[in-house]
Design a protein around this ligand. Structure first.
Ligand code: HEM
Length: 158
C-alpha cells in the first residue's frame, strides 16, 4: 500500500500549529481585515442602493476604496496562513471551496460594476437614483459578501 502524500510544511506553518498564540492572532488579523473590507464595500453598496443620497457617490468611493484595497492585503495573506495549517482538509472542504468561489464572484462583480454602470456615475453622483444595473450589482455584492462571512464562520463546524 502506498503512503498518503503529505504536502511540505513551511516553518511558519509549523509554528502556527505549535504556538498557543500565533493561530488566534492570525485569525484575529483575518477578522480585522474582512471587517474593514466587507464594512467599506457594504457602506458603498448601500449608498448606490439609494441611502444617504446627499453624499456624492464619487467622493464616497474615493474615501472607501483605499480601505477596501488595503484590507485585501490583510485578508488574503492571513487567510493563506490559516489555510496552510491544514491544506488537505480545507481543499476537501466544500464550504471552503464555496467561500473561495464566492470571493471570486464578488471580485468579478466589483470589476463589472466599475467597467459598467460606474462609468456613467457623473449622471447619478448625488440626489439621483442609480441605474437598475448598478443597484442590482450592489445588492448582489452585499448578498455575496455576507455569504462569504457565513462560509468562513461555518468552517469551524463542518
Ligand atoms: C475576502 C474575504 C474573506 C472573508 C469575508 C472571510 C471570512 C472568514 C470568516 C468569517 C472566518 C471565520 C473566523 C472565525 O470563526 O473566527 C474565516 C476563517 C478562515 N478563512 Fe477567511 N475570509 C476571507 C478570505 C479568505 C481567503 C482569501 C482565504 C484563503 C486563502 C481564507 C481562509 C480562511 C481559513 C482557512 C479560515 C478558517 C480558520 C479556522 O477556523 O480553521 N479566507 N474567514
Amino acid at each position: 500500500m502506498t503512503a498518503p502524500i503529505t504536502p511540505p510544511e513551511f516553518p511558519l506553518t509549523a509554528l502556527m500549529k505549535s504556538s498557543t498564540w500565533l493561530f488566534p492572532l492570525v485569525e484575529t488579523a483575518h477578522i480585522w481585515g474582512f471587517v474593514i473590507l466587507v464594512g467599506s464595500v457594504v457602506m458603498f453598496d448601500l449608498r448606490v442602493l439609494g441611502m444617504a443620497k446627499t453624499i456624492s457617490v464619487r467622493a464616497l468611493s474615493k474615501f472607501l476604496l483605499p480601505f477596501s484595497l488595503g484590507a485585501v492585503l490583510i485578508v488574503v495573506p492571513t487567510g493563506a496562513l490559516l489555510f496552510a495549517t491544514q491544506p488537505t482538509e480545507f481543499l476537501a472542504n466544500r464550504v471552503f471551496m464555496l467561500k473561495l468561489g464566492l470571493i471570486f464572484l464578488a471580485g468579478c462583480n466589483a470589476l463589472a460594476f466599475h467597467a459598467g454602470p460606474y462609468r456613467s456615475v457623473t449622471e447619478w453622483d448625488t440626489s439621483a437614483t442609480a441605474p437598475l444595473s448598478a443597484r442590482l450589482m450592489t445588492a448582489a455584492s452585499i448578498a455575496i459578501w455576507l455569504s462569504v462571512i457565513l462560509c468562513g464562520r461555518m468552517l469551524a463546524y463542518v
